[in-house]
Design a protein around this ligand. Structure first.
Ligand code: SF4
Length: 236
């Protein structure tokens, strides 16, 4: 798709629901489509919807080696329940090897480098061969995500990036999870609206935004896989 086509389609999607957008993605990209998820609330809704559209869509998840045990258990559970084509993407180095080469607790001293090693590079490599990927980004998650386009060209991979739930709210996502009795990470009930590596995730207080518990001791707000898109689609 060229820039004009992306912008036009993104504009049309402003009035479409995620099921319609996921169906379009599956028909358009077939086996060149992947979903990238960390099995948080929106990802679970995505997997459930895809189950009746394209259940064998490859599911890429970044296994940094530093995930909470609760997250690992949820991934195992959902892999079995949804019969996922799950691909656990691992960094080239274990946490121990990283400590040997970069020093202990790199995430405290240089979280951007740590995310680059453990997330950005592995995802970039894993997306080779695909043409499009689905993400659970939503505009209500943080100020930095408020302009998330539903369709864009990803700056890093060069692939089409689809955010079918960009205009869904946290409330709507959780209503869907409860209505369909879907499993979710128990940490969400313990004050963690957003969950990443255990090393960089804390519970939030009531007045913080949904991603306020991520890298809370630094100015960092994103791991780096969601950099600004090449095409900023117009909002409807
Ligand atoms: S979230 Fe923290 S531990 Fe995980 S890759 Fe990024 S900086 Fe490293």
């Amino acid at each position: 798709m060229n820039r004009y086509e992306i912008e036009k389609q993104a504009e049309e999607f402003e009035n479409a629901g995620p099921r319609e957008i996921l169906s379009w993605a599956s028909e358009t990209y077939a086996d060149k489509l992947a979903i990238v998820t960390s099995f948080q609330s929106t990802g679970i809704v995505t997997l459930h919807m895809l189950g009746s559209i394209a259940p064998r869509t490859p599911v890429l998840t970044l296994d940094t080696g530093l995930l909470f045990p609760e997250t690992q258990e949820l991934i195992d559970r959902l892999e079995e329940r949804f019969d996922l084509d799950l691909r656990r993407i691992k960094p080239r180095q274990t946490p121990k090897q990283q400590a040997r080469d970069y020093g202990d607790r790199l995430w405290e001293r240089n979280p951007d480098r740590c995310c680059h090693i453990r997330k950005t590079i592995p995802l970039r490599d894993a997306l080779v061969g695909f043409e499009a990927w689905v993400t659970g980004l939503r505009r209500d998650q943080s100020a930095g995500r408020a302009a998330t386009p539903i369709l864009s060209r990803d700056r890093q991979s060069g692939l089409i990036k689809i955010a079918p739930f960009a205009n869904w709210s946290e409330t709507r996502v959780w209503r869907y999870i409860r209505e369909h009795d879907l499993p979710y990470n128990p940490l969400h009930d313990m004050g963690y609206p957003s969950i990443g590596c255990w090393t960089c995730t804390k519970a939030v207080s009531g007045d913080e935004d949904l991603r306020g518990g991520r890298w809370s001791n630094s100015s960092k707000t994103e791991c780096g896989i969601h950099v600004a898109p090449l095409v900023e689609a117009p909002r409807g």
